[in-house]
Design a protein. Structure first.
Length: 497
């Protein structure tokens, strides 16, 4: 290794056309490769003209480029008589790349990593230790049995009854998780319940390492064929380490994820699948998440396609021509439950929510044509010796709006919509709890405590709580929750003790 280290630098420079490397080259050669490089002036140097000339040699230049394995040659020429000397240049040695995994290690067999020379494309391999494997352990309980499949091809494999197994790749090999490799350790299983019992996604709790998704059949695969054939079949995907799976069957039937629309001055047309035609309209609800291709109701990964039809004189102020919309900017609520839905697309006025794994409520608020959107309750801050910055949402991830003093604040975007939902609480979206989240900035020498904040309206009816601190316990951040009326919040900062 030393040899290569000392020798490579000068050679590289020579290859780049650098000239004056006589000294470094000799030095490096002496140290690095005495047997292979002739000393200048040594007997092996070929002299081609008279010995009377006091040669004045120029720089050594490469006259035969060395390869990874073969020697090269360099030459210098006397500027007076044209005599030349030659000497060997060491082979370069291979320049190995970082290597790629050409055989994935499994629990049963070692893997192989293949390195390629960046110069000559020669290859060499190294073994990779066997995978230690990812353990998936199912809790044993009443009213069900678990059958584990080796691959996700449920229909062709014989299930193995058991409560502990390895996560496996597409080919059924027990592997480790590797973020860089295209491994997708998964476990495919079937749950068979006693008569009268059933298991849904909500009845399965996974603890331990991270994973991508828990799916329940029926679903349809990428190729259009059955992926998870029926509601007894499940898959946990992209498992990153050991996990435990607890199953608690319920006594009764599971229902498909339902998508509920709450509308204001409009109606909604729902399509059975991605085919947007009058024949494909579902006449009336309840609406369930469906497979986008064949329109069948599915337990997980379902979709819903819909179009909004405003009443005469009303519009849905949402930019329906956009290729995609940010739900946070719309007077539109798309309530996600924990494992429900992402992507929210639109094309030709038809909206599409994908990956619906759980019940979903959607509120659509149409407004009078040419009118202002009624975005909810107005919270007015009246402040003394302080001012207030209002956050857009309760996650505090946005930059607060510009400082305002004694001004009416209308919460924007998501917050507005959330407030509106409260106004519409008769429609039964109980999960929505509109609130205002704000930062109190006191003048120098002043401070605010709960006693210094007074809120109009009836506590418990028009608003619920005024709380200090956010998730990071910042005492200057406050929130007023469950707002159900326009409010005036008067904050009088007092001189600090
Ligand atoms: Zn000469
Ligand atoms: Zn090479």
């Amino acid at each position: 290794m030393n040899k290569r280290k000392f020798f490579l630098l000068p050679i590289c420079l020579l290859l780049l056309g650098a000239c004056n490397l006589n000294q470094p080259q000799s030095k490096a050669s002496e140290k690095a490769s005495e047997p292979e490089v002739s000393e200048p002036e040594a007997s092996s140097i070929e002299e081609q003209t008279s010995s009377e000339c006091e040669h004045q040699f120029g720089d050594w230049t490469i006259t035969m480029i060395p390869t990874c394995t073969e020697k090269g040659e360099e030459t210098r020429v006397c500027s007076k008589c044209g005599a030349s000397e030659k000497r060997d240049v060491n082979p370069l040695d291979h320049k190995w790349d970082e290597g790629v995994v050409t055989t994935i290690p499994t629990v049963e067999a070692k893997g192989v990593k293949t390195f390629t020379c960046e110069r000559c494309q020669a290859t060499k391999t190294e073994d990779i230790d066997k995978a230690t494997g990812i353990r998936v352990t199912f809790a044993q309980g009443d009213h069900y049995k678990v059958y584990i499949y080796k691959t996700k091809a449920y229909t062709t494999e014989t299930p193995v009854e058991g409560y502990s197994c390895y996560a496996r790749d597409e080919n059924g090999n027990a592997v480790d998780f590797d973020a860089n490799a295209a491994l997708q350790p998964q476990v495919s299983f079937k749950v068979v319940c006693d008569e009268g019992y059933s298991v849904g996604l909500n009845n399965i709790k996974i603890t331990g390492a991270a994973y991508k998704n828990l799916k329940q059949g029926p679903t349809v695969g990428d190729d259009g064929g059955p992926d998870l054939p029926d509601a007894n079949h499940f898959r946990i995907t992209k498992i990153q380490g050991d996990i435990n799976v607890a199953i608690t069957p319920i006594n009764g039937e599971q229902t498909f994820p339902e998508v509920k629309f709450v509308t204001n001055h409009c109606s909604v047309v729902v399509y059975k699948s991605a085919t947007i035609s009058d024949e494909n309209i579902i006449a009336e609800g309840p609406f369930y998440a469906r497979n986008k291709d064949n329109g069948e109701t599915v337990m997980s990964g379902g979709q819903i396609y819909f179009k909004v039809v405003p009443e005469t004189g009303y519009v849905w102020n949402n930019g329906v021509t956009a290729e995609s919309v940010d739900v946070n900017t719309l007077p539109f609520i798309y309530q996600k439950s924990e494992n429900s839905g992402n992507k929210f697309k639109t094309a030709d006025g038809v909206y599409n929510i994908t990956k619906v794994n759980d019940d979903l409520s959607i509120l659509i608020n149409c407004i009078p044509e040419g009118g202002e959107a009624d975005l909810g309750y107005v919270v007015t801050f009246v402040t003394e010796h302080c001012h207030v910055l209002v956050y857009q949402t309760q996650d505090y991830e946005f930059t607060p709006t510009a400082p305002v003093d004694n001004k009416t604040l209308t919460r924007t975007s998501k917050g507005d919509a959330a407030k509106y939902v409260a106004a519409d609480s008769a429609a039964g979206i109980a999960e929505v709890k509109p609130q205002v989240n704000f930062l109190i900035v006191c003048d120098d020498g002043y401070t605010v405590a709960a006693a210094n904040i007074s809120i109009s309206g009836t506590k418990g009816t028009e608003w619920n709580k005024c709380e200090q601190g956010d998730k990071d316990n910042n005492p200057n951040i406050w929130k007023i929750t469950k707002i159900k009326a326009d409010l005036t919040v008067t904050i009088t900062a007092v001189a600090a003790a």
